[in-house]
Design a binder for this molecule. Structure first.
Ligand code: NPQ
Ligand code: MG
Length: 367
């Protein structure tokens, strides 16, 4: 495959309700889309970076900058290119995994459209639908939280994840347990705690949670190992797992017993599959995280979530969880599940009129 050109397109996607986490409140999803053109195909990749570097170091403008200055020109210089060649070709540029993931996904999409293969078949999916969980933001009050959770359970979500932070942890968890009983429930702190909060976090052990996700700083993997010793609730890592090597280290250190896999965070679907395989070999369950993706990013996530060691429901929610109008045909819950796209490549296409309405800017980088 030869790349003819690459489009970087910025879109603004209003959220149906503000999404509050320990690192901030999002009202509009600022998304960078990467579209590659080959002589007879195109491919799409959605960059998962947020507008500001608060979840991790990457951010949308930074991703666009490194793509146009370094990553895209390096790929345009290659005469022949397969998705598997991309990570090695870009390895000299340190970091920037979300930017690299978007580019690799776009090339893989074009490659699989050319060969008539779906993402699911290519990655090794063993299911044609996957169970859906939902991530519930920090709310202004317990009654508001209970209303939100009731709504998601009515819609059929099979697992609830509560965002927590110091001052919003034991009480919301207790309230949800009191009201809804023994539902599959977990929490995500997005690194808002420190080792000194161990006793407070141990209070969550009373509630039979599936897991606690990333309580401590991204770089504090040893701290998570200490915490895992002190808590009965399983520790799951998200931000800390930036590669298969990071996952292997965290598992050997006993810093986590469950892993959240986000292809964007780890540099793409090929690295994500390596993490899946490594975790399976260690008996560590995995689940697919979410980054408020549009349909273009959601589609390949569903294919990944259909691999055999994805044994917990993911943050693979329906389009309507985040957007009134998605840029693809909306993903809709069916009995708490979403269908894995079966068409070639990521299996979905943007709806041109909708895409144009949300587009803020577009630039072309040619070879
Ligand atoms: C997580 N996602 O698991 C992330 C955090 C997150 C669904 O909880 C803009 C872009 C806003 C990315 C908010 C979920 C975001 C974002 C939260 C990611 O930690
Ligand atoms: Mg998380």
């Amino acid at each position: 495959m030869k790349l003819a050109g690459v489009e970087l397109r910025r879109i603004a996607m209003p959220l149906v309700t503000p999404f509050r986490t320990s690192f901030g409140t999002e009202h509009v999803r600022d998304v960078l889309l990467v579209r590659v053109e080959t002589p007879d195909q195109q491919g799409w990749g959605e960059c998962v970076a947020a507008a500001e570097p608060r979840y991790s170091a990457e951010y949308t403008d930074g991703c666009a900058d490194v793509l146009r200055r370094f990553l895209v020109p390096a790929l345009l210089a290659q005469l022949r290119l397969e998705a598997a060649d991309i990570a090695p070709a870009l390895a000299g540029f340190k970091g920037h995994r979300m930017a690299k993931a978007a580019l690799e996904t776009a090339v893989l999409d074009a490659q699989l459209r050319e060969s008539g293969t779906s993402f699911g078949r290519y990655l090794g999916a063993v299911a044609d639908r996957v169970p859906s969980g939902v991530s519930v933001g920090i709310m202004d009050s317990i009654p508001a939280l209970l209303d939100a959770v009731a709504g998601y359970l009515d819609q059929g979500y099979l697992r609830i994840k509560l965002k927590i932070e110091p001052g919003w942890d034991v009480e919301p968890v207790r309230a949800v347990r009191d009201r809804f009983g023994d539902i599959p429930l977990q929490v995500d702190a997005n690194a808002a705690y420190t080792r000194r909060d161990t006793r407070q976090l141990a209070r969550l052990d009373d509630f039979g949670l599936l897991l606690i996700e990333q309580p401590l700083d991204e770089e504090d993997v040893p701290g998570h190992a200490q915490l895992a010793e002190a808590l009965s609730t399983p520790i799951c890592l998200d931000e800390s797992i930036t590669s298969a090597r990071a996952a292997a280290d965290a598992i050997v250190l006993r810093a986590c017993s469950i892993v959240n896999i986000k292809p964007g965070r780890v540099g793409g679907y090929l690295e994500a599959r390596r993490i899946h395989d490594l975790c399976a070999a260690h008996g560590v369950p995995v689940w697919c995280g979410g980054m408020l993706e549009t349909g273009l990013g959601r589609a390949p996530n569903l294919a990944l979530a259909a691999l055999p060691n994805f044994t917990l429901p993911g943050d693979t929610s329906a389009s309507a969880r985040y957007f009134r109008t998605d840029i693809t045909e909306p993903f809709v819950l069916d009995g708490g599940h979403l269908a894995v796209p079966a068409a070639p490549g990521i299996g979905v296409d943007p709806i041109p009129t909708v895409l144009d309405e949300v587009t803020v800017s577009s630039e072309w980088i040619r070879g």
